[in-house]
Design a protein around this ligand. Structure first.
Ligand code: ADP
Ligand code: ASP
Ligand code: MG
Length: 411
């Protein structure tokens, strides 16, 4: 009997009525003869509310023990929905039970708030399948090496689902959300967006990591590592198969760009007048990484005649304060004139595997932005992606104009 994993995101389980509707989707797959494991997120808004409460008590978590309490608190959202979903299924005569991360267990690394799953034990779920029982697994959470509850980063239930699909050797992992697939850009940003029937792993990982939050980046990494086929589908239009994300997607060679993504979570730090000598950059970035600060774009301008350099890098806004703290601590170790920072920035990216074969894509992007009077602060590229850092107020204008110039509305 084939196994399916179905994941329902926050808006899909945002009320008791929505949980009951999602249960009907599960029932349909179950009655079609599949063994089903379900992964649920917290009800929409719940995780944010829990984090707000944490901030009201402790504005700055000081150590890993505080982070462990954060995890104990935020993991509760998924505990509630897993129980509610199991009850909703039983109400419609589908045998079901809820599973928390520690009960299966879902083993993760011990770094609280950003733990990584490394193993999901499948025995208890498989045993349930032998009695045709649906497993409802709380997403986002696991158990760490210290035996305490961990969470795996915002949006992490996507990764719970993909990892579980691999652990169960499932035929497919269906991610049910509030849009019926992956679009050429966020449907909230432009009117003439097009749904993509298929997206390759490599394009999806770039889209996710550049801000398309329809799938969390680590879930796409897990899908690549374990070769899991993901189908992004709508809870509100379950008859559509949505978008397939898999390896064997034939890219349209003529189409250089297939998506535009953006992230408003960008802060920029510039160190002015840094001594230009070997080892300085390593010291700075090692110190940032020791504090688990994720640096994204990096640019360095050398003034050869002065043996000085200006170093610019970007971090998530939530890490800006800590990054400035790290640089402050380094003052005795490395010489620089001053540090300036900005946090009202966005990163806008164009993505497409076809970019490899077509010259002039960067020029076309920069030309389009300049015609729209949008200044570029930092640029970074990969083989299939070009990203620019811009004023946050111009995000929508940039996304819309790039979507149009690369004719994504005609896909
Ligand atoms: P869930 O709560 O189900 O996990 P998310 O809010 O995390 O849902 O992700 C779905 C949202 O992702 C959509 O509502 C949409 O606004 C956003 N999104 C961003 N980029 C894209 C894209 N390229 N295609 C589809 N949705 C996108
Ligand atoms: N509830 C968590 C969050 O809001 C995890 C998830 O929804 O995937 O980030
Ligand atoms: Mg999500």
């Amino acid at each position: 009997m084939s196994i399916l994993v179905l994941k329902f995101g926050g808006t899909s389980v945002g009320s008791v009525d929505l949980i009951k509707s999602a249960a009907q989707i599960i029932k349909k797959e179950y009655e079609a003869g599949h063994n089903v494991a379900v992964v649920v997120s917290a009800m929409s808004g719940t995780t944010n509310k829990l984090i707000e409460n944490i901030n009201l008590i402790s504005s700055q978590l000081k150590n890993s023990q505080d982070d462990a309490e954060y995890d104990a608190i935020v993991a509760s959202g998924e505990q509630v929905t897993s129980g509610l979903m199991a009850l909703a299924l039983k109400e419609i005569n589908i045998p079901a039970r809820s599973w928390l991360g520690w009960q299966l267990p879902i083993f993760t690394s011990g770094n609280h708030r950003h733990a990584s799953i490394f193993k999901i034990e499948n025995e208890k779920i498989i045993e349930g399948f032998s009695n045709r029982q649906v497993a409802v697994v709380a997403g986002f959470q696991g158990v760490g090496l210290d035996g305490r509850i961990t969470t795996i980063g915002r949006g992490g239930s996507d990764n719970t689902a993909v990892f579980l699909a691999s652990a169960l050797n499932a035929e497919r992992c269906d991610i049910y959300t509030d849009v019926d697939g992956v679009y050429t850009t966020d449907p909230r940003m432009a009117d003439n967006v097009k749904r993509l029937d298929k997206v390759s792993y490599e394009e999806m990982i770039e889209m996710a990591s550049q801000g398309a939050k329809v799938l969390q980046t680590s879930s796409v990494e897990s899908a690549i590592n374990h070769n899991v086929k993901i189908q992004v589908r709508s809870t509100f239009h379950p008859d559509s198969m949505g978008t397939l994300i898999s390896e064997d997607v034939l890219n349209n060679e003529n189409q250089a760009v297939t998506g535009v993504a953006y992230s408003k979570d960008e802060a920029k730090v510039t160190i002015i007048g840094l001594t230009d000598q070997p080892g300085i950059a390593a010291t700075i970035f090692n110190s940032l990484s020791a504090k688990s600060i994720n640096v994204d774009m990096i640019v360095q301008n050398n003034f050869i005649e002065r043996e000085e350099t200006n170093l610019t890098f970007t971090v998530p806004v939530s890490d800006l304060k800590r990054s400035l703290g790290v640089l402050d601590e380094l003052k005795g170790q490395i010489a620089f004139e001053k540090v300036i920072s900005e946090d009202n920035l966005s990163k806008v990216s164009i993505i497409g595997a076809g970019m490899r074969n077509q010259p002039g894509i960067a020029a076309k992007m920069f030309d389009c932005l300049s015609k729209n009077n949008i200044n570029i602060e930092v640029i970074s590229t990969s083989e299939i992606k070009i990203s620019v850092l811009i004023d946050m107020a111009k995000t929508e204008a940039a996304v819309k104009s790039l979507h149009q110039i690369f004719e994504l509305d005609k896909l």
